[in-house]
Design a protein around this ligand. Structure first.
Ligand code: NDP
Ligand code: MG
Length: 399
């Protein structure tokens, strides 16, 4: 019996994880859950799974939640502090990190210091501090198991083979809702950007999938997680989302992982690894499978992807700047304050303003948090510039 903590239990990954756990009551027990503000769902989950600890990030919702269920569970203080305390108190076997965004960074670090395994869906911290996280996990003898379908496919295809025997990582991408869109991207609406053709996910990752920033973030996550050269990661548009990624070895063999697109499969694998258990995921029927297609990405139409790969090559704090500016820009797009194409324009402008003076020294978590804050502030200020100023600005910056 393994004790599990789910960070972000009310989200898309969190719900899927609870579904997996509910079908394996002999293997897993929910020790603690967390959310930002969706206390309605958190209350339902608290009654269904009887966790010992719960944290609610939002201050007002934290008070509301306490009034309703405080007799049943220990409710931690709001904010990141509460999430970190919850991990420390629950002493779990596994922490599944399914928070959305950079806010999950300190909880992941705390999880490595306090559990035996950390299953990571929350890719943003892996973009900002992935190599630091991997090093810390090695030092603490903690397993990091990827949850996202592509890193999980690569993890499964590698099967422990040394990275020096890999000639290429084939990172597949569905292409999102706009890959074949012929209209003007600047006019697309939020509801269309949220309509992913293959996956049902939270808002932030759905928008990242529409801009293809998601694939760029995944490439950086994979680079950090498997210590692979970014130049060895090939991105392939594969609209059917059947091949979840593949590894080409030095002898020319390619090993891939295939399945129907259902996140419960990589979630379950991350929890049961190295075991494989039966799952309720519909099995892939090759006779019923659509024709599998593969295309080169269009880096001009989807410049977020191009910027992410450049940020990975530039190193230093560039990935943090890219991620922070993107998170702020996506938030503004979801709030209806900027257009779809302003997302990548904003990231581009913020990156152009960043002078990376850290490449010569060892980057610390404090540097990362400072750069993350800086990029969000800059993203907000560049989106507030007048159009004329923006145009003048675009003339002189270089990246
Ligand atoms: P959701 O938006 O559906 O869920 C996010 C979860 O995090 C919710 O529980 C939410 O709480 C909580 N949360 C959000 N903001 C904060 C905050 N500031 N402090 C504390 N908790 C917070 O996201 P997804 O489940 O789609 O994605 C989660 C992560 O997994 C992302 O990093 C994403 O990139 C990654 N991922 C997701 C996939 C998917 O299929 N969904 C696939 C692969 C990776 P509340 O509900 O109260 O807002
Ligand atoms: Mg993915």
């Amino acid at each position: 019996m393994k004790d599990i903590v789910i960070l972000g239990s009310t989200g898309s990954i969190g719900n899927n994880a609870l579904d997996v756990i509910s079908k394996k009551p002999d293997l897993f027990r929910v020790k603690a859950i967390t959310a930002n503000s969706n206390i309605k769902k958190l209350i339902e989950q608290t009654y269904k799974f009887s966790p010992k600890y719960v944290s609610v990030f939002d201050e007002k919702k934290n008070i509301e939640f306490r009034k309703i269920v405080s007799k049943k569970v220990k409710v931690l203080s709001p904010g990141v502090q509460g999430i970190c305390e919850l991990i420390e108190l629950s002493k779990p076997d596994i922490v599944l990190s399914a928070i959305s965004g950079a806010v999950g960074l300190l909880p992941i670090i705390t999880a490595i210091k306090n559990s035996k395994r950390v299953c990571i869906a929350n890719k943003e911290p892996m973009v900002m501090a992935g190599d630091m996280i991997v090093k810390l996990a090695k030092k603490k003898n903690v397993e990091i198991i990827p949850v996202d379908s592509e890193p999980s496919a690569i993890f499964q295809s590698l099967k422990g083979t040394e990275i020096s025997r890999v000639s290429k990582i084939i990172l597949t991408a569905s292409g999102g809702p706009f890959y074949n869109f012929k209209g003007e991207l600047s006019n697309v609406k939020l509801k269309d950007a949220l309509k992913h053709p293959k996956w049902k996910m939270g808002k932030k990752i759905s928008i990242d999938s529409a801009t293809l920033m998601n694939k760029g973030l995944e490439a950086i996550e994979i680079k950090n997680l498997f210590s692979v050269d970014i130049n060895k990661i090939d991105i392939v548009i594969h609209p059917q989302s059947v091949i979840h990624s593949a590894v080409e070895f030095i002898d020319g063999s390619i090993i891939a992982q295939l399945s129907n697109p259902d996140m419960r499969l990589p979630i379950q694998f991350s929890l049961t690894y190295p075991e494989r258990c039966p799952s309720s995921v519909k099995k892939l029927d090759l006779f019923e499978t659509e024709k599998l297609e593969f295309y080169r990405p269009d880096f001009k139409k989807f410049k977020s992807l191009d910027m992410a790969l450049k940020a990975a090559k530039a190193g230093g704090l560039y990935p943090t700047i890219l991620n922070g500016a993107n998170e702020k820009a996506v938030e503004l797009f979801i709030a209806g304050k900027i257009k779809f194409t302003d997302i990548s324009d904003t990231v581009e402008r913020v990156i152009s303003l960043w002078k990376d003076s850290n490449s010569y020294k060892k980057i610390t978590i404090a540097d990362i948090i400072e750069a993350d804050n800086w990029s969000r502030e800059k993203a907000l200020s560049v989106t507030q510039m007048t159009r004329t100023k923006k145009q003048e600005f675009l003339c002189f910056y270089q990246y």
